[in-house]
Design a protein around this ligand. Structure first.
Ligand code: NAD
Ligand code: ZN
Length: 264
């Protein structure tokens, strides 16, 4: 059902969270817009500005790699300045309370970790843009290292000094294989939770968008919190079309919903 107004939405969500034992939040770009990172599909979003660079193009073309890194560095200040928002902090409170064991995210901005979740409790389906990896030997590189080399080579993106492989932010591009272990963990979390909270995702990017339905089919309640409708609103137990920070703010610091759950 769609919550009629903000107060009843928050009250219902509080009841649903209190009744749940294991909550799995599943977050998308919408949770980070208040942190200054635009989403993909809203007006002014990233897709309205840039044609995306598919993975095969990144592999095939030095110019595509240069362009991809130029775009990343054009957003460097935005990513560096971003701090966890109210949504991140609310989920961190549920995590401290033991209700949330791990967050599954489509985001690449590292803000769940910045809000206090341990790295191993953030399941990143699309990777992380705050560092880089060699696509061949998986050596890790920090972004200032890449930037220095590009600057020193007339904007030419560097390859891995160890093996010659291409270096890319640790994100998953369109056309790139999904990370197997993150997909498997997300699958397990979706199957085993009793409440699945889809927050700030348009739920159109597959296979990530399959998890809310998977959770629902396995008996979890499903809540969708997003400013715009999604195609899964019909199957959700509660749908809240409102601003994420406003709806989740009352959960910040909330220990009333604490439960005795062991985290592994
Ligand atoms: P999306 O852009 O498709 O959808 C975001 C949704 O959030 C939209 O439906 C929008 O209406 C809603 N939204 C935005 N701000 C909101 C707010 N304050 N309150 C309520 N709703 C709000 O994003 P997606 O579903 O996450 O999928 C796109 C892909 O984009 C992701 O897989 C991710 O890898 C990538 N991405 C990540 C970031 C990030 O890390 N912050 C930013 C942009 C894109
Ligand atoms: Zn390498």
């Amino acid at each position: 059902m769609i919550a009629p107004d903000l107060d009843s939405a928050v009250a219902r969500l509080k009841n649903i969270v209190a009744a749940a034992t294991t909550v799995v939040p599943f977050t998308g770009a919408g949770i980070s817009t208040e942190c200054g990172i635009p989403d993909f599909r809203s007006p002014g979003g990233i897709w309205t500005k840039n044609r995306l660079i598919p993975f095969d193009e990144f592999l095939a073309s030095q110019e595509a790699r240069n362009e991809s890194w130029r775009r990343r560095f054009a957003m460097a200040e935005q990513f560096a300045a971003a701090r966890p928002g109210r949504g991140h902090r609310a989920l961190a409170s549920l995590y401290s309370a033991g209700k949330v064991l791990a967050v599954v995210t489509q985001n690449i901005d590292n803000l769940h970790q910045a809000s206090g979740l341990a790295d191993e409790h953030v399941v990143e389906l699309h990777g992380n843009t705050t560092y880089a990896l060699c696509l061949d030997c998986t050596a890790r590189y920090e972004l200032p290292w890449v930037r220095e080399r590009m600057d020193a080579a007339n904007g030419c993106a560097p390859d891995c000094p160890a093996c010659g492989g291409h270096i890319k932010t640790a994100t998953i591009s369109f056309g790139q294989a999904m990370p197997g272990s993150a997909m498997q963990r997300a699958d397990e979390l979706a199957r085993s939770c009793d409440l699945f909270l889809a927050i700030g995702s348009s739920l159109v990017v597959w296979p990530a968008a399959g998890f809310p339905v998977l959770a629902k089919r396995n008996g979890a309640r499903l809540v969708i919190l997003n400013r715009e409708p999604t195609e899964f609103d019909d199957v959700a137990d509660l749908v809240v079309h409102a601003d994420i920070g406003t709806v989740l703010e009352p959960f910040i610091g909330d220990r009333t919903s604490s439960t005795d759950v062991h985290r592994f």
